[in-house]
Design a protein around this ligand. Structure first.
Ligand code: GDG
Length: 469
């Protein structure tokens, strides 16, 4: 088995990974089990560019990390990654703020990653690069002579052709992406968007459903839907902390049901429209007064990017107006927590809720949807209300699927979820649990690594040699 080298923008703290969520936990577990290297930014900014990375051994995992220069952070992270690629890939051309310096900074930092990583690579390593911050990394490594099999997984959506083509440098970006041996996406829509782009711009020859050819190289392009460790999450949810238990008992006495949402505070997550749908629910169904509470956890992220402070203000305004309009001295309909909550607490809050609201305007996958399902009590499960534009909707078809732009439609779906009878809830949960357990964090990882470890498709390579002869 080859040594696995994982590269992501940030390295997670392996000693504290149980506090964070999703991807960091999944990758940390995989690396702990298999051993290997994790390379990335340590989260620090410095005045001068580092000339070497810091190495730290934690069990059988070698953590290699480095700081980046403040100016690079501004152009690469705040600029190109989060003010160009993130909005663009979430279909939000209106929020893209492009400057040539951003793209230069992006390429510069990818080169820094490559030059500090290259000395640590062995010939038979396999390298797995994560996410939109590092699209040009394989190209930068190849330019330094690294020939290892290198794969890329995009955690966020891949946009349709015309959106991508609206940004300068799109061709350079995709050309760089084609330096990987395996390119993974979350959904079949993303794969289709990517293949469409390649066809229209004549960037690769299609070989079969999962393979294209560029010059003599075969590149695997597939969907690898990310999952969660469903069993571990259910076990966590079953350990109800005292404060969650007391809160649930109080609601039970009052005959009140809880709706929950958990999202980083990001404009892609559809929070203002979700809040409006909750407000519409209360005005359309006055009988729900004091019978329902909505708990939204939305920890801050990327506060240095302007679009994020705008959405924070909008949500604070909406929370104030909804509570001002509907509250009573003994009922606060909407509780909005703008701080991170411990993962264990989240798991038991999911289990204590009748409805899980996951209504992004666009999302690569959305692990919260899968965590909500994993956390439920199968004998008395809650109902997942899920946006048709979350990657997870491709798999979780037994959720109540909603259009996150349709406020009235969402309000009605929440109402339906609140009143859904036990038999229907159990039937839906059974199908959802099966899918979440089957397509879990481990199967995601194994399917990607299987393709990354497999060296090309020799038959086809021979075919090319024969036809060239
Ligand atoms: C990207 C893509 C894709 C959230 N608040 C708290 C907290 N979380 C945890 C959740 C979940 C994770 O963070 C968020 O994962 P998502 O998948 O929902 O969303 P992104 O952060 O946008 O992730 C996404 C994902 O990558 C993986 O490929 O699914 O589409 O955008 O695990 O539970 N965890 C704790 N406190 C919080 O307050 N502890």
């Amino acid at each position: 088995m080859s040594r696995l080298v994982v590269v992501s923008n940030r390295v997670a703290d392996l000693r504290k990974s149980s506090q964070s969520g999703g991807l960091a936990v999944g990758l940390a577990d995989a690396l702990r089990e298999r051993g290997g290297v994790w390379f990335g930014w340590d989260g620090e900014t410095v005045a001068t560019r580092p000339t070497e990375a810091k190495v730290d051994e934690i069990g059988n995992v070698r953590m290699i990390s480095m700081p980046i220069r403040q100016e690079d952070y501004n152009d690469y992270y705040i600029g190109y990654a989060n003010s160009v690629l993130w909005p663009l890939f979430h279909y939000r051309l209106d929020l893209v703020s492009f400057r040539p310096a951003f793209f230069e900074g992006y390429m510069r930092v990818n080169l820094q990653f490559a030059s500090l990583l290259a000395p640590h690579l062995a010939d038979d390593d396999i390298v797995w690069v994560h996410d939109y911050h590092l699209i040009p990394l394989a190209q930068a490594l190849r330019n330094l002579g690294c020939r290892q099999r290198t794969g890329f997984f995009l955690h966020i959506p891949f946009p349709p052709l015309d959106l991508l083509a609206a940004t300068p440098n799109h061709r350079e970006l995709v050309e760089a992406l084609m330096q990987y041996d395996v390119i993974g996406f979350q959904t079949s829509t993303d794969v289709a968007n990517f293949r469409h782009y390649l066809d229209e711009w004549g960037m690769a020859e299609s070989v079969d459903e999962d393979t294209v050819r560029v010059d003599r190289r075969l590149i695997t392009i597939r969907r690898y839907p990310i999952g969660v460790d469903a069993d571990a999450f259910r076990e966590m949810a079953e350990q109800t902390p005292d404060d969650v238990r007391i809160d649930s008992q109080r609601r039970e006495v009052l005959g009140r049901k809880q709706i929950i949402g958990v999202d980083r505070l990001d404009y892609s997550k559809g929070l203002p429209d979700r809040f409006r749908a909750f407000s519409r629910l209360l005005s359309l169904h006055p009988e729900l007064e004091k019978k329902v509470t909505f708990l939204q956890v939305a920890p801050p992220t990327r506060e240095d990017v302007n679009a994020y402070s705008d959405i924070r203000e909008e949500l604070e305004g909406l929370t104030g107006s909804i509570n001002g309009r509907f509250s009573d001295f003994n009922w606060t309909p909407l509780r909005y927590i703008h701080r991170p909550v411990a993962r264990e607490t989240l798991a038991s809050l999911f289990r204590a809720s009748r409805v899980g609201l996951v209504t992004p305007l666009r999302d690569g996958m959305n692990l919260v949807a899968k965590e909500f399902v994993a956390a439920q009590d199968d004998e008395n499960p809650g109902v997942l209300v899920l946006s048709q534009f979350a990657g997870a909707a491709e798999e979780l078809r037994e959720a109540l699927i909603v259009n996150p732009y349709d406020i009235d439609g969402m309000a009605e779906a929440i109402n339906r979820a609140l009143y859904m009878d036990l038999d229907e809830r159990k039937d839906r949960q059974k199908a959802l649990r099966a899918r979440v357990s089957e397509q879990n964090a481990q199967t995601w990882l194994e399917s990607f690594l299987r393709d990354l470890e497999r060296p090309g498709k020799p038959v086809l390579v021979r075919d090319i040699d024969a036809s060239a002869a």
